[in-house]
Design a protein around this ligand. Structure first.
Ligand SMILES: [Zn+2]
Length: 598
């Protein structure tokens, strides 16, 4: 089957060009490095190469071999009032069934439960077998860990590389996309959609994607939460606030997978609250089929943000729109009913979205309207995810060669900043006002609201410091070292006593507290140590067995997020490092005898 061309609509093309990075900046940046810069689309030269189109196709296109059962577009609007619908039939009528109806175990007519963990395992095995039977296609089903209740955490690797191991994927020269579903157990549409995407890649319309892209799918990152229809993991922790600390085995499994396979793009598929506190605060129902956001935390390289915006978010919005699906930036609101602020996704380096950005990936959060409405509109929610994810895959295929340059460029740039430049230790959103559309809960009509809007797109620098050359960690920092290495951070062990110039942390204030996100206190994250520090220049004595973490490495920005102690997300605040004396900023290139850890 030949790959259809993807054509930008004139509107998309012009908006792409309007904000294309000025060529002069590209050239200035390019002068700093020997790595060629990703060629940004220059005015009048938007490159449109043939790429596989997204899955949702007009009903006139013949269906492929097995998959999607294209059900004729349903006549008019069938609003079958669902039992215990959380809103009126008029609101429900705003969300008609999509053009394509998908079939997974959990989407069968008459089912009351979503696809079970056992059914997902069977499904993934079936897709792996189908891929293995396809000439040139390879598949591997990896067990990447176990949930807290012992469920296998599985990842399906699909590729046309010579093998399915990390080295083979790297050698393929193709970008790898990691797709993650259902970190929150009560957000099922992402998981069902990833089952559809897996089938489309192995047997359906997305097969041509694999000519240019490797794909890894983790359809259900939190199987225990899913079985309980609960947001958090079994232990009560919100795993999507655990991607820096790695206290849960679920988050550790994803970190290790990301470290080993080094994806270029990571998609995190979620669902958001439709009624609940929005209805209580604003007397309104949520309107948008999809809410979208990329990484917005301190120290994300500008080029990565540009690529996320121009190569991914804009085409994604256009792809959704072409299917009659609406979208907006991701936003949420506090669980405190008196607080009517609306906030975009947070700026803390703790979510998958932000931590994967700190790992220099294009990191995209896609949320469908689904929390709290059970199975209502489930086909439309799944269709929205499949459309969005297909767009991400198509963008990756289209930009494969530029992406191949982008990540090495960014990584070299970050490593070169050690010992100089500024590091933002903490950043926060900017409070603005915005008009937002919601729906009247009775009539279903659009309801425009003027809201206070915490924008994560304009980050305020709350705390900055000179970027150190690296960090020294005491010999008792075993847990911190283990977590850093799970992220892929290079940590060196000191083999002979040495000393170096550095900044020690002196505590000036301390309080107990809890970690907060834009919703409120983070589920079960426990008490943190909120410290304030002054830096004291001095000599650091580094005994044998202590550690040195150089910042001249690609994950330097993640290291800063973990090791500067006076932030709520840091290893110190969360007691992965026990004392302030257990770490220090190394301010000149140390002459230490060190060894790589085994
Ligand atoms: Zn979620």
């Amino acid at each position: 089957m030949t790959a259809p061309s993807l054509h930008h609509s004139p509107a998309t093309r012009s908006s792409l060009l309007q904000t294309a990075l000025p060529l002069v900046i590209s050239l200035a940046l390019a002068a700093c490095t020997s790595v060629p810069l990703p060629p940004w689309p220059a005015p009048g030269a938007a490159k449109v190469s043939p790429v596989p189109g997204p899955v949702p196709v007009p009903a006139t296109v013949a269906p492929p071999v097995v998959t999607i059962q294209p059900v004729p577009v349903r006549p008019a609007v069938v609003v079958a009032p669902v039992a215990q619908a959380p809103y009126s039939a008029a609101v429900a009528a705003r969300f008609p069934a999509p053009a394509l109806i998908y079939s997974t175990p959990g989407l069968q007519e008459g089912r009351s439960s979503f696809t079970s963990n056992a059914e997902i395992q069977t499904w993934l095995r079936d897709q792996a077998s189908a891929a293995a039977a396809t000439p040139g296609m390879k598949a591997a089903l990896l067990t990447i860990g176990q949930s807290q209740r012992g469920e296998a955490l599985e990842a399906l690797v699909l590729t046309r590389a010579a093998g399915t191991d990390a080295a083979a994927l790297a050698a393929s020269g193709r970008p790898t996309v990691l797709l993650i579903g259902q970190q929150h157990g009560d957000e099922p549409a992402g998981s069902e959609a990833l089952l559809v995407v897996a089938r489309e890649l192995t047997q359906g319309l997305l097969r041509p994607v694999l000519d240019r892209v490797n794909v890894i799918i983790v359809p259900r990152a939190n199987p225990d939460g899913s079985a309980d229809n609960r947001r958090v993991t079994t232990g009560g922790l919100d795993m999507n606030r655990d991607h820096l600390l790695l206290n849960t085995p679920e988050a550790r499994a994803l970190a290790k997978l990301t470290r080993d396979y080094h994806p270029t793009v990571v998609v995190d598929a979620h669902e958001y609250t439709v009624v609940g506190r929005f209805l209580q605060k604003f007397d309104a129902v949520q309107k948008y089929d999809a809410l979208l956001q990329y990484a917005t935390t301190a120290n994300i390289p500008e080029f990565l943000t540009k690529a996320s915006e121009e190569w991914y978010r804009r085409p994604l919005i256009a792809a959704l729109k072409a299917q009659g699906l609406s979208s907006e930036w991701y936003y949420t609101t506090s669980t405190d009913l008196l607080d009517k602020k609306i906030s975009m996704g947070g700026t803390q380096p703790d979510t998958g979205r932000n931590v994967n950005g700190l790992k220099n990936t294009v990191s995209l959060l896609i949320e469908t309207r689904g929390v709290g409405i059970g199975r209502l509109h489930i086909q439309r929610r799944v269709f929205t995810h499949v459309t969005a994810i297909s767009s991400v895959l198509a963008s990756t295929a289209q930009r494969a060669s530029e992406l191949g340059q982008l990540q090495p460029y960014i990584e070299k740039e970050i490593a070169s900043q050690a010992c100089k430049d500024e590091a933002v230790v903490e950043a926060g959103p900017t409070l603005t006002q915005q008009e937002l559309l919601m729906l009247d809960p009775v009539t279903g009509a659009d309801k425009a609201l003027r809201v206070e809007w915490n924008s994560a797109l304009t980050l305020r620098k709350l705390k900055t410091r000179v970027r150190p050359c690296g960090y020294w960690l005491s010999a008792s920092s075993k847990t911190a070292v283990e977590r850093l290495r799970l992220h892929g951070v290079q940590v060196l062990r000191v083999t002979e006593p040495g000393s170096m110039l550095g900044d020690l942390y002196r505590e000036t204030a301390r309080a107990a507290g809890v970690r907060q996100d834009v919703r409120g206190a983070i589920a079960d994250a426990g008490q943190i140590v909120k410290t304030e520090v002054a830096l004291v220049r001095g000599v650091i004595d580094a005994p044998t067995g202590s550690y040195y973490v150089p910042l001249s490495q690609p994950l330097a920005n993640l290291v800063i997020a973990a090791l500067e102690p006076d932030t709520q997300s840091s290893f110190f605040a969360n007691q992965l490092i026990e004392t302030l004396a257990g770490s220090a900023r190394v301010m000149s290139e140390p002459a230490l005898k060190t060894e790589e850890l085994p």
